[in-house]
Write a protein that binds this ligand. Structure first.
Ligand code: HEM
Length: 140
């Protein structure tokens, strides 16, 4: 059972990460679109659908299955798991920020620059690298 749950955990992780890596790219392009233009309205639909149909459900499944694995595998006392959990909490916080920014773009209230989103775009990548090293290498 553990291996099956782990497989579905990884499937959910891939979906969550795909969205977390792509959404800030959409923000970068959305910044360039004029408010009220057809392009801007299309970005709003793409952002909302990506968030509601993929990123949100994938995050919930990742968390539920991940916590089951941690409980079932008695990982709660392991050092690598503490670091992974911390990094995943930061990732979830960034997810929350993305969700707020999707709302702001939807209401044409974005005030941040393209450069800002370009920098933010790198954070999920860095976190993902740390998380995968923790869970695969388990250095401590
Ligand atoms: C949301 C909270 C999460 C929790 C509580 C959690 C917990 C766990 C646990 C306990 C395992 C089993 C480790 C083992 O059997 O060796 C696991 C496996 C895995 N997790 Fe997570 N995880 C979470 C999120 C993530 C995220 C965000 C990623 C990637 C960015 C990720 C990537 C993986 C991978 C690749 C495996 C398979 C490791 C292996 O086969 O040895 N997890 N996770």
């Amino acid at each position: 059972m553990y291996e099956w749950i782990k497989a579905f955990h990884v499937i959910a992780v891939i979906s969550w990460m795909a969205g977390m890596l792509y959404l800030p790219r959409l923000f970068v392009y959305h910044c360039e679109a004029e408010i009220g233009s057809k392009q801007s309205e299309t970005f709003k639909v793409m952002e909302r659908r990506l968030l509601k149909a993929i990123i949100n459900p994938a995050m919930i499944v990742t968390w539920v299955l991940g916590l089951y694995l941690a409980w079932s595998g008695h990982w709660f006392l392991s050092g690598w798991f503490h670091v992974k959990l911390f990094l995943v909490l930061v990732m979830s916080g960034i997810h929350g920020l993305f969700s707020r920014w999707v709302r702001e773009f939807a209401q044409d209230r974005n005030t941040r620059s393209q450069k800002f989103y370009r920098i933010i775009n790198e954070i999920p990548t860095v976190l993902m690298i740390g998380i995968v090293i923790m869970v695969i290498v388990k250095p401590f």
